[in-house]
Structures are given as C-alpha cells and as structure tokens.
Design a protein around this ligand. Structure first.
Ligand SMILES: N[C@@H](CCC(=O)N[C@@H](CS)C(=O)NCC(=O)O)C(=O)O
Length: 219
C-alpha cells in the first residue's frame, strides 16, 4: 500500500483526515501511535520532529497538517466527493470555515483538555477561562451561521465539515454547547450521522477512557 497515516483513532485532528479518507474510500495503512508501538513512534518522530499527528506519507512524500493532508488527497486521490469546491470563491468559503473550526473550536477545546492533564501547580487558569470564552463566542457565532445551512460552507459536505465534526464532538464534551443553540446541536447531529464520521467515532469508541476529563456516556 503506498499511503501511510501516522496517528491515533481517538485524536481529533486524525479523525478530521480519516473522514476525508473514508468519504472517498481511499486505501491507506494506519500506522497507529500507541504506547507500546515504539517503532511506529520512531518513524513518526523521524518524519516530523514536532511529533504532532496526523502525518501522511504518500509515495515517499511526507505531508503534515490535517488541512494540507486533505488538500493533498483532493489533488492526488480525487474521488466522487469533492471536499474543496472547484469554484475559487466557494473554495475560499470552505477554507475560511475550516480555519474557524481549527482556530476557534479545536484550539480552545485542546487547551481545556491539555490543561487538565498538567500537574496542579502548572495549570493555566486564565488560559482555560479564555478558552471557555472563545468557545462560547464560537458556539454563538456558529449558531447564527448554521441557521440557514446544512453543511458548514453551504449545501455540500466539505473540508470544513471534516474539521467541524471532531471539533464539535470533543468541544461539547469539554465545554457543553448551550441548550438554546439548536442550530449547532442540529449540525453536530448531522455530522455524527454522516457515515464517514460515524465510522471514525465507532473506531475510536474503545479509547474513550483516554479522554482526560472523563468521557460522558454519550456521543
Ligand atoms: N495543526 C495540526 C494540529 C495537530 C495536533 O495538534 N494533533 C494532536 C493530536 S489531535 C497532537 O499531535 N498531539 C500530540 C502533541 O501535541 O504532542 C493539524 O492540523 O494537523
């Protein structure tokens, strides 16, 4: 198999890429970064010294950053589901919403989660409070945007929805989306029902004990 994905099924940014792979049934070898998989860890560190994942290796070429990996898949392995619109203006909308989910949902969600595994004396209370405020603003902004949309950038499922699915999934666990924000809840439910994301969620189920804040008993 010519493509390898380094990552873990429970990782939000890996799920973002898995959705894109599953949408177009693209075959790949999953090089899973697990505690006892020292060889995989060494390969991964040699490919990307920042040790962030996912990392894709395609025919010897290393591709990093989830958004760029999905752009790469669209260029090198196009399938029936086009995740970045062909029309440049529509593509810009997709990329803008992708940035929104990474910067204003994933990042504060990760801040809350990663702070919870720090030693008590190293906790960043102000940073976590700011992350929670950012999520509140993001949820409210998104609720207005999604009032008229099925998918993040309009009518077609896209890169932005690949970013949104794990971002909203875990963000709602870390800092629950207000009950009054019905458009966000409806959108999160649509994402969970999308077969590509339902598959990624199912594959990650055995790892829920890894969620540092304690995974709730629901999706
Ligand atoms: N901007 C990167 C973020 C990747 C990222 O933060 N991945 C997390 C897993 S979800 C990670 O590598 N965590 C391990 C670490 O920070 O050492 C992307 O889009 O791929």
């Amino acid at each position: 198999m010519s493509m390898q994905l380094y990552g873990h099924p429970f990782s939000s940014y890996c799920q973002k890429v898995l959705i894109a792979l599953y949408e177009n049934d693209i075959p790949f070898e999953f090089r899973m970064l697990e505690p006892d998989a020292e060889r995989v860890a060494a390969e991964h560190a040699a490919l990307w010294p920042f040790k962030r994942f996912p990392v894709l290796v395609d025919a010897g070429r290393t591709v990093v950053e989830s958004t760029i990996i999905i752009e790469h898949l669209g260029l090198r392995h196009p399938g029936p589901v086009r995740l970045i619109a062909a029309e440049p203006g529509a593509a810009l909308d997709v990329r803008m919403m992708d940035r929104f989910f990474d910067n204003f949902v994933m990042t504060p969600m990760q801040k809350i989660v990663s702070d919870s595994i720090r030693a008590a004396e190293n906790r960043d209370r102000q940073g976590v409070a700011e992350a929670r405020e950012t999520l509140e603003t993001a949820y409210r902004w998104l609720n207005d945007v999604m009032a008229e949309r099925e998918w993040a950038a309009g009518g077609a499922f896209s890169l932005a929805d690949c970013a949104a699915a794990p971002a909203l999934f875990y963000a709602d666990w870390a800092h629950p989306i207000g009950e009054d924000l019905s458009s966000v809840h409806g959108y999160r439910r649509r994402l969970l029902a999308r077969p590509s994301y339902a598959r990624a969620v199912d594959e990650a189920r055995p790892y829920r004990r890894l969620f540092p804040l304690g995974a709730p008993d629901r999706d």
